[in-house]
Design a protein around this ligand. Structure first.
Ligand code: CUA
Length: 364
């Protein structure tokens, strides 16, 4: 009984997750490209794949034919031995050379099309990307905007990324748009991509180079918006909103706590930390309330998740540089982290009952 269950159940148990991972439409599937770079990479892959099918059919066909036709039978003696066949050898050289040329020409063409440095025109979106253990910084030098872990781009436009690293080697990869290109300290690597006109949406990406500790959690989002929505996002960052007096006492409390607890020692919050010196190399929290995720794409940015992340960062993402500011048994921990979460999630979000500090010029 048990054996029968095992014989039937085991293949299903093994095959089911394998087949489940075969979807061509997943959020990180290279088989559903949303831009010309990703499309070009897919086309190259498919061309190589189709070329390999006749090779496989011929090689395996001959192999199977020979194995069955010439297998040793009872009484068979060692057949007559010969050495060398010029005809076969010439064919075995020429055919692979033709196949290699057929693969190499489109590959080289694709490498030059995708890897060459492009000179930005006024219409392009230029972003300086810096990889950190284990999060991403996105700076728009033309717009005076810095954000973290969420790259916003207008649909249809070309996006030019300058890739650098603050520590070790990382790799930028958004499977449905472009990748992978390494981020190497002090080396200006470049990557560009564009999006199809109907590709508005959110595209998950992640670090694709083992960078120790929380590498697997070094995720990010590319948010592709209509031009008008992108412009709204840009404006929100150029005049970041911080609620100075809120109708919600939790937000007011959180606003004080980020200063007294030391958060601002490392994090910049546009239009709140103006004039303050801060430690710098930490995710910029300007307009945090407009983000979809927290902890570099690991958790959805809900009040509960943000509070849990602040309360015990190491349990969410082991090895990250966020300090643990409360003892686990601190009676104030839950209340204070909820207040800080409420304040952070209010950043960039309009509250009709609040007084807003709104800068007239760039807020970073
Ligand atoms: Cu950064 Cu892996």
């Amino acid at each position: 009984m048990h054996m029968r269950w095992l014989r039937r159940g085991l293949p299903v148990a093994v095959l089911a997750p394998l087949l489940a991972s075969c979807s061509l439409q997943g959020p990180q599937s290279v088989f559903s490209p949303a831009g010309s770079i990703a499309q070009g990479q897919l086309d190259l892959f498919m061309w190589t794949w189709y070329l390999s099918i006749p090779v496989m059919v011929v090689v395996f066909g001959i192999l199977i034919y020979v194995v069955f036709k010439f297998r040793q039978r009872k009484g068979d003696k060692l057949p007559e031995q010969s050495h060398g066949n010029p005809m076969v050898e010439v064919v075995l050289v020429i055919v692979p050379v033709i196949i290699i040329v057929l693969v190499a020409v489109p590959t080289i063409r694709s490498v030059f099309a995708t890897q060459s440095h492009v000179v930005p025109t006024g219409d392009d979106v230029v972003v300086n990307v810096v990889g950190h253990q284990w999060w991403w910084s996105f700076e728009y030098p033309d717009l005076g905007i810095t954000t973290a872990n969420e790259l916003h781009v207008p649909v249809g436009k070309r996006v030019i990324l300058h890739l650098n690293s603050a520590d070790v080697v990382h790799a930028f990869w958004v499977p449905r748009l472009a990748g992978k290109v390494d981020l190497i300290p002090n080396q200006d690597n470049q990557l560009w991509f564009d999006t199809n006109d109907d590709s508005v949406g959110i595209y998950p990406g992640q670090c694709a180079e083992l960078c120790l500790g929380a590498h697997a959690y070094m995720r990010f989002r590319v948010v592709v918006s209509e031009q008008a929505d992108y412009d709204t996002w840009v404006t929100a960052f150029q005049k970041p909103m911080v609620q100075t007096v809120s109708s919600d006492p939790l937000i007011t409390q959180g606003r004080q706590l980020v200063a007294t607890k030391g958060c601002l020692g490392c994090h910049n919050i546009g239009n709140y930390t103006q004039g303050m010196t801060y430690g710098g190399d930490s995710p910029d929290l300007t307009n945090f309330g407009l983000r979809h995720t927290v902890a570099a794409g690991v958790l959805d940015a809900t009040p509960e998740n943000v509070a849990a992340w602040i309360a015990d960062p190491q349990s969410v993402k082991s090895g990250n540089l966020m300090p643990t500011l409360w003892e686990a048994n601190d009676p104030n921990r839950d209340q204070e982290t909820a207040a800080i979460a409420a304040f952070l999630l209010s950043l960039g979000v309009q509250d009709s009952n609040s007084a807003l500090a709104q800068a007239s010029t760039g807020g970073n």
